[in-house]
Design a protein around this ligand. Structure first.
Ligand code: IPD
Length: 274
């Protein structure tokens, strides 16, 4: 028998596919670009248009549900309640989208009782559709995915966000993090889409990811955190080591707890040196 969550998932999937059409047809278009916190934090008319489509249609279908969206919520996050709450980033990797760099995606998550139940991350340019439902596994284009089985940092491919080098207060820390990660892991990558990079941890092609900074918020991490945990990985708070606080993400995502701990340790060491 179909339950409410089946309907929520089907509706979110339909909207992800609709939003994907807009992204596909506009990625090569000339966009109106505005800066938010700086020239590393951008928004276009398409971010707003896609969020309006997704939120508008979900509100019509589920009028009692709540919404947290990158473009409509802004800096002041509401409290996350037990109510069904849709958490949406209409375009994650906006700078990539502006340049036509194909790592960019639509992110839709649903929290119920403060727990993520549905996660959808869709890159329609590379046709990568990541999905998860609580307790039902994680999938790429319908095929089950698992995190990597690598258990040593020296064999790990690690990601972080180099964009934060442009934030004066973070520059020294970022430089030290880049140095230490490059030295102690097999490789360092920086892709410019937090949600997609988190999904690459779930897919098993990246072992760990350190993500926090201005502009990184619940919509970057909520849906992908479910996709990672359903794929066997972990997303922890970098400072406490506990499960990440989705409303205040300063996160280490990893294929397993050992890599999460080791990555946390070297990031801490980098910050101490900065
Ligand atoms: C951005 C991406 C990027 C990160 C930026 C975010 P947006 O999200 O997740 O990886 O480095 O700080 O703002 O703005 O493209 O949704």
């Amino acid at each position: 028998m179909a339950c409410d969550e089946d309907l929520f998932f089907e509706s979110a999937m339909e909207l992800a596919l609709e939003a994907a059409q807009v992204m596909r047809s506009s990625i090569v278009a000339v966009k109106t670009v505005k800066e938010k916190q700086g020239d590393w934090d951008l928004v276009t008319e398409y971010d707003r248009a896609i969020e309006d489509i997704i939120v508008g249609k979900l509100k019509l279908q589920f009028p009692t549900h709540k919404f947290i969206g990158e473009e409509s919520t802004g800096d002041h996050l509401p409290e996350l309640t037990n109510d069904p709450t849709w958490i949406i980033d209409p375009i994650d990797g906006t700078m990539n989208f502006i340049h036509g760099f194909p790592h960019t995606c639509i992110v839709i998550g649903l929290s119920i009782d403060k727990e993520m139940r549905i996660g959808i991350v869709y890159n329609p340019i590379l046709e990568q559709l990541f999905t998860a439902r609580k307790g039902k596994g994680a999938f790429l284009n319908g095929r089950p995915i698992r995190t990597s089985s690598v258990d040593s940092l020296s064999k790990s491919l690690i990601c972080l966000e180099s964009g934060f080098l442009k934030v004066k207060s973070l520059r020294e820390k970022m430089l030290e993090r880049i140095k230490i990660i490059s030295a102690q892991t097999q490789g360092l990558r920086t892709l410019g889409s937090a949600a997609l990079t988190l999904c690459y941890v779930a897919l098993g092609v990246v072992e760990g990811y350190q993500i926090e900074g201005p502009g990184i918020s619940t919509w970057d991490i909520a849906a992908p955190s479910l996709i990672i945990s359903e794929a066997g990985g972990v997303v922890v708070d970098r400072v406490t080591g506990n499960r990440v606080d989705l409303m205040n993400p300063r996160a280490i995502a990893a294929c397993n707890e050992k890599i999460a701990k080791e990555l946390t340790r070297i990031v801490w060491e980098a910050d101490r040196r900065a």
